[in-house]
Design a protein around this ligand. Structure first.
Ligand code: NAP
Length: 335
């Protein structure tokens, strides 16, 4: 029998996820939608063939017509909807960020532990990307010896005026903060943020580009360039430097074109396509986890760890200093 799902947030990613559950994945059916933006909920309902719209998100969460919730509304709403889902004993897939502060994420962790069973999966889809998985496997088998350094880049063609300096960390960099911690199986001890010379393509409230320098518990050093108006396309880079060699995240498959005295490959301008397979796999794993009553994907603790890192980076953005992390032991519940 299909798992009945309620979607909160019928914007860009909520619509994509709902449609992939309808058209691509197995074992789920969208049974209810809520969005503060009535146009979005109406449009998505129509695209799904007339799914019921709930005016109140809490009525949707508590409805007997849904077994699980997808939280795809804007970040500041996540804490409320994830906590309500846990209180209702419902499985919940929450898009990143789990919540907009570490304090809020800790409330979710505490509520889930009190409930006594994992209910929450966080949308850190890079963990499901085949290139990142190859890197992880190679790191774990010491293919290039001990990891010493990593060089990462997160570039977007452009972002709207609503995208401000802190969001570069909480909305974008949070993917690297999770992916690197997952790849290395290590927490961070310090972060320093460097604001580079500002591009003429940015706007008043976004300092762009920026650089982050991280250090992990064992002393691995990671630099991340994040550049949100790079103009040329969506481009994610990750190079791992080891004691015995270097590994690079595979580029997305693309034709090599020879034309007009040039040799080139295209770069997709849109972030949606870069991890499209990973989105499918993460949500299928969520559905399968519900069926087997064993949620295995990125946990509330991972969301909390990313939020702690994000908070330190935002502080470092303001101070320009090397900011320390507090080391917090992971509870057995999440191991
Ligand atoms: P979006 O297109 O703006 O959609 C969000 C929707 O939520 C909008 O329809 C918005 O309404 C609605 N909303 C706002 N407040 C609400 C509330 N209180 N209750 C119910 N609905 C509410 O945003 P998006 O790009 O889909 O992003 C949604 C979330 O997914 C964000 O947390 C974002 O960081 C995350 N995301 C993750 C990825 C990824 O790669 N994993 C990619 C994209 C987005 P209005 O239009 O009226 O604001």
């Amino acid at each position: 029998m299909s798992i009945k799902i309620g979607v909160i947030g019928a914007g860009m990613i909520g619509s994509d996820h709902a449609l992939r559950i309808k058209d691509t994945l197995k074992g789920g059916v969208i049974n209810g939608i809520n969005d503060i933006n009535k146009e979005n909920s109406k449009r998505l309902s129509k695209e799904l063939g007339g799914v019921k719209i709930f005016e109140d998100p809490h009525a949707l969460i508590n409805s007997s017509e849904v077994d699980a919730i997808l939280v795809c509304s804007i970040g500041p709403t996540h804490e409320e909807f994830v906590l309500a889902s846990i209180a209702a004993g419902k499985y919940v897939f929450c898009e990143k960020p789990l919540a907009t502060s570490a304090v809020a994420c800790k409330k979710i962790v505490d509520a889930e532990m009190k409930f006594g069973k994992r209910l929450v999966q966080v949308g850190f889809m890079r963990r499901y990307d085949s290139g990142y998985q190859k890197l992880k496997k190679a790191i774990e088998s010491f293919e290039i010896g001990d990891v010493l350094m990593m060089h990462c880049a997160h570039r977007n063609s452009s972002v709207p005026e609503s995208y401000v300096t802190e969001m570069a960390v909480s909305d974008s960099l949070v993917h690297e903060l999770d992916a690197v911690r997952w790849l290395l199986k290590e927490d961070y001890v310090s972060a320093q943020m460097i604001l580079a010379k500002k591009t003429k393509y940015s706007h008043e409230k976004l300092h762009d580009p920026q650089m982050l320098l991280l250090e992990t518990v064992s002393g691995v050093r990671i630099d991340v360039e994040f550049f949100h108006n790079c103009q040329y396309g969506y481009d994610i880079q990750c190079e791992v430097v080891g004691s015995d060699g270097i590994m690079t995240l595979p580029e997305p498959e693309s034709l090599v074109i020879r034309k007009g005295a040039k040799k080139f490959t295209n770069i997709d301008p849109d972030w949606k396509n870069r991890f499209i397979d990973a989105y499918d796999i993460e949500l299928q794993e969520f559905l399968d986890g519900i069926s087997s009553e064993n949620i295995k994907g990125p946990s509330s603790w991972d969301g909390y760890a990313a939020a702690m890192a994000s908070d330190v980076c935002i502080k470092a953005q303001k101070t320009g200093a090397i900011e320390p992390f507090s080391i917090v032991d992971i509870p057995d519940f999440y191991i």
